[in-house]
Every structure is written in structure tokens, then in C-alpha cells.
Design a protein around this ligand. Structure first.
Ligand code: PLP
Length: 400
């Protein structure tokens, strides 16, 4: 007797192979604008959060030389020791906080990987992670993907988009494991001063929390502001994961090189995620980063001065036009309020692009409290900003 052939199963639509967690995740709101932009010409784009400068030449040349010398293999999982030592020395000199190059610092594929690996290393299912919004689009999705529960704290114009100790305190529950901070802030340009950070540190200590501090924009601060590394505050080193990178300060977004520093016991866990998921950051990019730290300071200062010039121009012009914004003191964004035009942020950005061919990002792409604002990036040539502001003025004039 022959067995009956099994009845053919109805094929699942491919999307049903995706996990429910992934299906529930929304794609980034910024991408839609980039897609629209890609199909248009003569647009002044003030959208993308990356330097318009190309990587300084000595840095690029160092990577080319490494390739020509045959340095094309993996590095150690944690990255080249020389690079780790240079970063550790830089953090010590700049902020007075020390990390062991071996055991407390690893090189990652941009700050992006550092955010993801840190969260995956610390989250048990259901652990709450407090974060401020509006913020960089990856924070909440990465908390979710790590199995944690994102707990947003809305910030707004009242505090110039700074999270305060009181806001953190109000969001803490018995399930809170960590506080995620991203200052200087993308998309608002807000920074936190030492006193703000110290007050937050007191709450962190009282509730025995961990802090993940994304300080990728630490070198882009202006107007006399001095960046303070969260881990340099008294008592905070042992409860902080510090994230940094080369993308912004050295105009190296495409190289994909960043780092994460943390006490050894925490780093052991983060390094496991990195080792199994990534192996190591790209070798030529690590050679480039070594050169950046050796000889790149001059370029950092030059670019910073140019951003500062553009920042002042853009802040002045937006306020003159009636799109009010506080003076951003970090990163390279202005975050004006646009509700006076009678449009919401999506409509404002869409119509501005259609009518005047200037692209900005709707603030709600960075979290609900970003609504009624747009992110306007000044990592664009000075002359382009002048032209863009004239176009925005005309646009706002038409919609009053
Ligand atoms: C606040 C913030 N964190 C992290 C990143 C990711 O940086 P990287 O290029 O180093 O992955 C960005 C990039 O825009 C950012 O704005």
C-alpha cells in the first residue's frame, strides 16, 4: 500500500515569514522624504544629517595606504589596539574620564552599531528604557528590537528640548533599567549643561539606573558651550555606556566607524553582541580613524567654525521669517516651530518642497513631540542656505 501524498500546503505570503515584532515596526519617516527628493531636480536639500564636507584628505590617504600595504584582513574583534588607545587618550584628555583600551572600549560599525549592541546587551524582555523625544530615529526601534520597552519622555520648546531631572524622575517605574540620552541632540540642536547633567545623575543614582549616552556630536558644539561626557560626572562612570564616533566630527559618515566605552563587566556583554553579529569594524576605516585622531584636529576645528557661521545665519533668518527657534548649541540642526503658517509639519515640508524646491524634514519623524516643527540641517554650503532661506521666506509669505 502506498502512502497518500501529503496535501500541498497553501503557501504563506512572504511577508508572513517576518516576525510580528518586525512587522509592527514603522519604517523611518525620514526615508519617505528622501525618496520624494530623489525624483526631483533643482532642490536645495536641508534634510540629511551628515556633513557636506568630504573626508579630509590625509585621513582618506591613510586608508588607501593601508590597503596598498595589504592590510585587508580582519582586525581583532574589538578593533585595532592603536585606535582604541588613541580614543581612550582623547577621552581622558578632553573629558578626564579613563577607559582601558583593552577591555573597556571597542570599535563599532558607526555609533549606530554601538546603540544597537549596547541595548541588546542590557535589555531583558520587558525592561523599560527611558529616552527623550524628539530624537534620532533609531533609539526607540533599537530598544524594541532588543526586547526592551521604550518609554518616551516628550520634550518641547518650554525647555529648549532639554530633558530635565524632573522629567526623568516622573518616568521611572520599578521596571526601569536604563536612561538613554542623546545630547547634543539630533534633531533639535539642544545640549545639556553640566548642572542639567548633574541633576539627572542624581536621579539615576537614586533609582540605580544605567545610562546609555550617545555623544556622537560631542565635537559640534558652539556659542561657548562645553560638552560634558556623562561618564565623567562623579559616580557615573560605572553606570554609563558611552557612545561616540567619527561620522560627524571628521566628516566620515560613509566609513562606518564608531566606538563604545563602558566598565569592563558591561563591555564583556556588549563585546559578545559585537563579536557574533559584526566580527569587527571595516579595517580600512579603522586605519582612517587612526589618522583622524593623529592629524585631524585642524579639520575638526575648521568644519566646526564653518558650521557655526551657518548656524548663526540660519537661526537669524528663520526667526526673522517668523519660524521661531531657539539658538541651537550643538550638532547641525535648527528646529523651528511652523504652526503659525497654519500647516502641520508634514504639509509644510511637502508644500515647501513642491512650491519652492527646498527640502526639510517634518519634526514628527523624530517623535510625536516634534510635531509642528521641522528639522532644517545647516550642513550645507553657506550660499545655499542664503538661497534656501529666501525661498522659505517667500513660501511663508504666501501662506500667511
Ligand atoms: C544622534 C545620532 N546618533 C547616532 C548616529 C549614527 O551615526 P553613525 O554614522 O556613527 O552610525 C546619528 C547619525 O545621524 C545620530 O544623529
Amino acid at each position: 500500500m502506498t502512502a497518500e501524498p501529503a496535501a500541498a500546503r497553501v503557501a504563506r505570503p512572504p511577508a508572513e515569514f517576518l516576525s510580528s515584532r518586525i512587522r509592527a515596526l514603522q519604517p523611518s519617516g525620514i526615508r519617505r522624504f528622501f525618496d520624494m527628493l530623489a525624483e526631483m531636480t533643482d532642490v536645495i536639500s536641508l534634510t540629511i544629517g551628515e556633513p557636506d564636507f568630504t573626508t579630509p584628505e590625509p585621513i582618506t590617504r591613510a586608508a588607501i595606504a593601508s590597503l596598498e600595504a595589504g592590510e585587508t584582513r580582519y582586525t581583532a574583534n574589538g578593533g585595532m589596539v592603536e585606535l582604541r588607545e588613541l580614543i581612550a587618550a582623547d577621552l581622558e584628555r578632553r573629558y578626564g574620564v579613563s577607559y582601558e583600551a583593552r577591555g573597556e572600549l571597542i570599535i563599532t560599525v558607526g555609533a549606530s552599531e554601538a546603540v544597537d549592541a549596547s541595548l541588546r546587551a542590557i535589555c531583558d524582555p520587558g525592561d523599560e528604557v527611558i529616552y527623550h523625544e524628539p530624537c534620532f530615529v533609531a533609539y526607540a526601534p533599537c530598544i524594541t528590537l532588543a526586547g526592551g520597552v521604550p518609554v518616551p519622555v516628550a520634550t518641547g520648546d518650554e525647555t529648549d528640548f532639554q530633558i530635565t531631572a524632573e522629567m526623568v524622575e516622573a518616568a521611572v517605574t520599578p521596571r526601569t533599567k536604563a536612561l538613554f540620552l542623546g545630547y547634543p541632540n539630533n534633531p533639535t540642536g539642544a545640549v545639556l549643561d553640566r548642572e542639567d547633567l548633574e541633576r539627572i545623575a542624581a536621579v539615576v543614582e537614586r533609582h540605580d539606573l544605567l545610562v546609555i549616552s550617545d555623544e556622537i556630536d560631542e565635537r559640534l558644539v558652539y556659542g561657548g558651550h562645553e560638552h560634558v561626557a556623562f561618564s565623567s560626572l562623579p559616580g557615573m562612570r560605572d553606570r554609563t555606556i558611552l557612545i561616540g564616533g567619527f561620522s560627524k566630527s571628521y566628516a566620515m559618515t560613509g566609513w562606518r566607524v564608531g566606538y563604545v566605552a563602558a566598565p569592563a563587566e558591561l563591555m564583556t556583554g556588549i563585546a559578545k553582541v559585537h563579536q557574533y553579529g559584526i566580527m569587527c569594524a571595516p579595517t580600512p576605516a579603522q586605519f582612517a580613524a587612526v589618522e583622524a585622531l593623529r592629524s585631524g584636529e585642524r579639520f575638526v576645528l575648521e568644519m566646526q567654525a564653518e558650521y557655526d557661521r551657518r548656524r548663526q545665519l540660519m537661526t537669524r533668518r528663520l526667526n526673522e521669517i517668523g519660524l521661531l527657534c531657539f539658538e541651537p548649541r550643538g550638532a547641525f540642526y535648527c528646529f523651528p516651530e511652523i504652526s503659525g503658517t497654519g500647516m502641520d509639519d508634514e504639509t509644510f515640508a511637502r508644500e515647501l518642497l513642491r512650491e519652492e524646491r527646498v527640502a526639510v524634514v517634518p519634526g514628527s519623524a523624530f517623535g510625536p513631540s516634534g510635531a509642528d516643527h521641522v528639522r532644517v540641517c545647516y550642513a550645507t554650503a553657506y550660499e545655499e542656505i542664503i538661497e534656501a532661506m529666501d525661498r522659505i521666506e517667500r513660501f511663508v509669505g504666501h501662506h500667511r
